[in-house]
Design a protein around this ligand. Structure first.
Ligand code: CP3
Length: 344
């Protein structure tokens, strides 16, 4: 099938004239126009679940930058919210997830609030309609958190430095933890089907905390759930391109890529591109400029981007960062980066 969209062509392994570019967290607090919309809501979840507002901020980066894709505005923690967990976002703290007793809470999870999925689907419909009219070359990306990462937020109750609590919980209560992972996995498959039916053309699965597990647990909690999600999506939507992102998993990237049948593997900034080309055969790669270089090192941006271009050496790839844009990032740094890639 011939598709005009650069990103979709690249995922099919075709070399395109333009290198596809998008950024993780391209909609966010570094943009004054985002902060303006953000101010209208006290509650971040409510903001994510207001389709007109979410669609608006999804499209904001596209109005400023020459990008090949937009990622829908939402959050990976909408899933635990849909499962009935109390999720809130505190300024200068980040996400807070609350329940009194893990064991009881896990066994009571299961009923999905489908209104959450419907609202996200509505955001996608608005954005897709807008792209069809005005940006026919731009690809729409939907996403979710991978079960391990979502479970980590649930058990830790917040962002953690070492993920000690969830690791301890998974070791001491393996059967119950397995039940939690299964519940998240099954709900995620339904959630992604809603997204694809709303117009998402690519799905990205974020396993942001994949890197804290040793090999046997990595297989159980990272590889297996990612694999199950990909296999199930293929049953309902055989052609949907999928990007997986087992962040910070180092050499385990290799086994992950072998086991999980996604088209694209996103590389963090700690993974060497030349190593990845050799060790992740058959995958299109996405990556991987350091997000702190982007924020703080104008000179390093040019060098870093050129090194990435040299390492990929004319093979098809998707340009992105190793992790999301941070709020400190000056807009001109992003403009500089895009200019370097576009003039290559
Ligand atoms: O532009 C985009 O990338 C789309 C939107 C998006 C958000 N979150 C919006 C958001 C995406 C793809 C995410 C994914 C997400 N959310 C991940 C996976 C990627 C990663 O960063 O590893 C994770 C782990 C989360 C959980 C989460 N959401 C955290 C830890 C935080 C707090 C961050 C902080 O620095 O305080 C959020 C909040 C959040 N999600 C914001 C945005 C724009 C900022 C909240 C605000 O505007 O008040």
């Amino acid at each position: 099938m011939l598709n005009k969209k650069n990103l979709l062509q690249t995922i099919q392994g075709k070399k395109t004239k333009r290198i596809p570019i998008w950024f993780m967290r391209q909609a966010g607090r570094y943009l004054p126009e985002y902060l303006k919309v953000r101010k209208e809501f006290n509650n971040f979840i409510e903001f994510c679940l207001t389709p007109t507002a979410a669609a608006e901020v999804t499209l904001q980066p596209l109005r400023r930058f020459d990008l090949d894709a937009v990622i829908m505005f939402a959050d990976i923690l909408l899933l635990p919210h849909a499962l009935g967990i109390d999720v809130s976002f505190k300024e200068n703290v980040g996400p807070v997830l609350k329940f009194s007793n893990e064991l009881q809470a896990i066994s009571s999870l299961g009923k999905i609030d489908y209104q959450v999925f419907e609202n996200v689907q509505q955001t996608l419909k608005i954005v897709k309609n807008e792209l069809d009219k005005n940006n026919a070359d731009t690809t729409l990306i939907g996403f979710c958190g991978a079960p391990w990462t979502v479970a980590a937020y649930i058990i830790e109750g917040k962002t953690s430095k070492d993920y000690f609590k969830v690791r301890q919980f998974a070791i001491q209560n393996e059967k119950i933890f397995c039940e939690l992972i299964d519940k998240i996995t099954n709900a995620t498959i339904e959630y992604l089907n809603y997204q694809i039916e709303g117009g998402a053309e690519v799905i990205k699965i974020f396993d942001s905390w994949a890197g804290v597990l040793p090999s046997d647990q990595f297989d159980k909690w990272v590889i297996e759930p990612n694999k199950k999600i990909v296999e199930n999506l293929r049953k309902t939507h055989p052609n949907i391109p999928i990007i997986t992102f087992p962040r910070k998993s180092g050499l385990f990237y290799k086994n992950f890529a072998k086991q999980v049948n996604s088209h694209v593997i996103a590389l963090d900034q700690y993974t060497d591109i030349v190593w990845a080309k050799e060790n992740l055969p058959g995958k299109i790669l996405q990556g991987n400029l350091d997000n702190l270089t982007l924020a703080y090192d104008l000179k390093g941006i040019t060098e870093g981007a050129k090194k990435i271009l040299m390492d990929f050496n004319n093979t098809p790839f998707i340009f992105n960062l190793g992790h999301g844009i941070i709020p400190d990032t000056p807009i001109e740094n992003i403009e500089r980066l895009i200019k370097v890639i576009r003039s290559a």
